[in-house]
Design a protein around this ligand. Structure first.
Ligand SMILES: [Zn+2]
Ligand SMILES: [Zn+2]
Length: 169
């Protein structure tokens, strides 16, 4: 049965990521932390260049770093799900995602810093890019500093090297 015809799709375990959605870039390509839990995604490590999933074991992270990433991912995904659900929690969730000082963004920034100790890594900051009036950011949402265009990515992206933040550009 095609997935979109299956009324039980939300109740089934997710399929493995197809091979063509797994990153095949050179080993030193930077990664980014993007929570996809709200879409049944269990691996938040994405390639900065091709946007593909980066198998976690490829980076040989230590257990404390893996735990920090997973702790952040489960909470961030839950808040993102509330933001998408258009429920009474939507405004609260959006505020949490947009506030660089919120607990979820602070733990995401920290998780990216920890990964960064062994592999170049950026934290993907919330971009309300489905808003009608969305425009790429002029400044880093964390330090308000200048953002630098990243030219190697498949999609337009802007970086703050200082905070290790990536946003859509
Ligand atoms: Zn890649
Ligand atoms: Zn910054």
């Amino acid at each position: 049965m095609e997935k979109f015809d299956d009324p039980y799709v939300q109740f089934r375990p997710p399929d493995p990521t197809p091979d063509d959605e797994i990153c095949g870039c050179p080993a030193d390509t930077p990664v980014k932390l993007v929570s996809l839990r709200e879409l049944q995604g269990f691996n938040p490590l994405r390639c900065l260049d091709c946007n593909g999933e980066v198998p976690v074991d490829r980076l040989a992270l230590t257990l404390p770093v893996l735990q920090a990433v997973s702790f952040w991912d489960s909470q961030h995904g839950a808040i993102t799900a509330l933001e998408l659900a258009s429920s009474r929690y939507e405004a609260w969730a959006r505020q949490e995602l947009l506030d660089p000082q919120s607990a979820t963004n602070q733990s995401g920034l920290e998780a990216a810093r920890l990964v960064n100790a062994s592999h170049p890594c950026f934290f993907s900051f919330f971009d309300p890019d489905s808003d009608e009036d969305w425009k790429p950011r002029d400044h880093c949402p964390v330090c308000n500093g200048h953002l630098v265009r990243y030219r190697k990515g498949k999609y337009p992206q802007l970086l703050c090297e200082r905070d290790r933040v990536v946003v859509g550009g």
